[in-house]
Design a binder for this molecule. Structure first.
Ligand code: ARG
Length: 457
């Protein structure tokens, strides 16, 4: 097939180069955005009398027909037409003749591809935001069921102080809320309309850039033609947002994997979200959570890949930039695959409340509260810390919890201790007295849940 740009060449490209150069394999997924962009461009060209109005109409009709045929699976793209942009233009011209040849007036593939990716990725970002909203609402529903489910809170993966599962889940709610805000912010910089930048230096035609932006739902147009065609910050930013989402999912998965182990036994994944072993009959593995944790690596890798691709590129467009697509598409696909399975896995998991409570009771998670008890009786905190430290040492030696001490034992450590210590260091008190904003007490978590519900409305 003759190349659209074949005029100044005396021979065809090598077939190996056709294959090497071509991006249709992966950029065909932007066909909808490419056609929408071309329709807006043609409409504007007609309106501005840059091309005859009837040609603009033919182009628009032709493009709509192509869109329908692509969706009906009737079109096979050609490798030697390089990319989605030239494939569609070629098919258009085959179908409507000369009018099709006027579509590319005042436009370059450089600003065209910049437009297409911006549109494609902002559509995808919107879908991902929607999934994050579902995840946030799943977290809220689960949290509501578990405001009294006491579990150990950890630092250094060592038992620290008791919290509730609701409090723990709402911590993730906050992370995914920030992820939504980050995506929104990223899309704000992505949704800037680059057509009119031309190949690099704008164009002499009296294009109406604002009109095209309005047709495509963009609020802004790019301010510099060189930047308009060579900016891929938005891909990198999105790759960053997606990496952070995966990091959050991965931390959560890591916890679910630990919690599913025999050693913790805090949760059990539903059978539909677990797999067995080909050799060990007893096994039930949290593969789904592990795979999500594993896929985080590729999303991080794409972020680094994109940064590296862009780092040495002189202005403006260079073909290197065609390498932006596979990584960012894969990142988008990966996150879109992980979120729905994660949500269902979480919603279907069984929580073993008694094991969590048992876990919270061991490991002296009430030691801070014992020290605080002494402080309330007038002992300076540092001294109280020392007294309780010695109590813990004694408890370990004698294999008991602080709550199991007799009054005589308590008195050995401090005369200030009375019967009310038992209530002061109960799990219920430890959790529910921590009622500052942001704390694990039932009332504090209920306010957090109410605020979250209001946000989601
Ligand atoms: N397929 C190219 C890309 O993805 C489109 C732009 C090509 N422009 C050019 N002058 N070769 O970046």
């Amino acid at each position: 097939m003759a190349k659209l740009w074949g005029g100044r060449f005396s021979k065809n490209t090598d077939v190996k180069v056709d294959d090497f150069n071509s991006s249709i394999r992966f950029d065909k997924r932007m066909y909808r955005q490419d056609i929408r962009g071309s329709i807006a461009h043609a409409k504007m060209l007609g309106k501005q009398n840059i091309i005859p109005a009837e040609d603009a109409e033919k182009i628009i009709e032709g493009l709509q027909g192509i869109l329908e045929d692509i969706e009906a699976g009737k079109i096979s793209f050609m490798i030697d037409a390089e990319d989605i942009h030239m494939n569609i233009e070629t098919i258009l011209t085959q179908r409507i003749g000369d009018a099709g040849k006027r579509l590319h007036t005042g436009r370059s593939r450089n600003d065209q591809v910049a437009l297409d990716i911006r549109m494609y990725l902002s559509d995808e970002a919107a879908e991902i935001s929607e999934m994050l909203l579902q995840l946030r609402s799943t977290l809220i529903s689960l949290a509501k069921e578990h405001t009294e489910t006491v579990m150990p809170g950890y630092t250094h993966l060592q038992k620290a102080q008791p919290v509730t599962l609701a409090h723990h889940l709402m911590a993730y709610y906050e992370m995914f809320k920030r992820d939504c805000a980050r995506l929104e912010d990223c899309v704000g910089r992505m949704k800037v309309m680059p057509l009119g930048s031309g190949a690099l230096a704008g164009t002499t035609y009296p294009l109406d850039r604002e009109f095209v932006a309005g047709e495509l739902g963009f609020e802004k147009i790019t301010a510099n033609s060189l930047d308009g065609v060579s900016d891929r910050d938005f891909c990198i930013e999105l790759a960053g947002c997606l990496s952070i989402i995966m990091m959050h999912l991965s931390r959560f998965c890591e916890e679910l994997i630990l919690w599913s182990s025999h050693e913790f036994s805090f949760v059990e994944m539903d059978d539909a979200y677990s797999t067995g072993s080909s050799i060990m009959p007893q096994k039930k593995n949290p593969d789904v959570a592990e795979l999500i944790r594993g896929k985080t690596g590729r999303v991080y890798g794409h972020l680094m890949g994109l940064l590296t691709t862009m780092k040495g590129i002189p202005l403006a467009y260079n073909k290197d930039m065609q390498e932006d697509k596979e990584p960012i598409f894969d990142s988008v696909d990966t996150v879109k695959m992980c979120l729905p399975v994660f949500i269902d896995m979480l919603a279907s998991m069984k929580v073993k409340k008694d094991k969590m409570l048992q876990g919270a009771k061991g490991g002296f998670t009430n030691a801070t509260d014992a020290a605080d008890y002494l402080v309330k009786k007038g002992v300076p905190f540092r001294e109280a810390h020392g007294i309780v430290g010695r109590m813990v040492f004694y408890a370990i030696e004698n294999e008991k919890n602080l709550d199991d001490f007799t009054m005589e034992e308590f008195k050995e450590f401090s005369e200030k201790i009375d019967d009310d210590i038992y209530n002061a260091i109960s799990m219920d008190t430890c959790v529910n007295e921590r009622k500052l904003v942001g704390g694990p007490a039932k009332e504090a978590v209920n306010s957090a849940i109410a605020a979250a519900e209001a946000e989601l409305k």
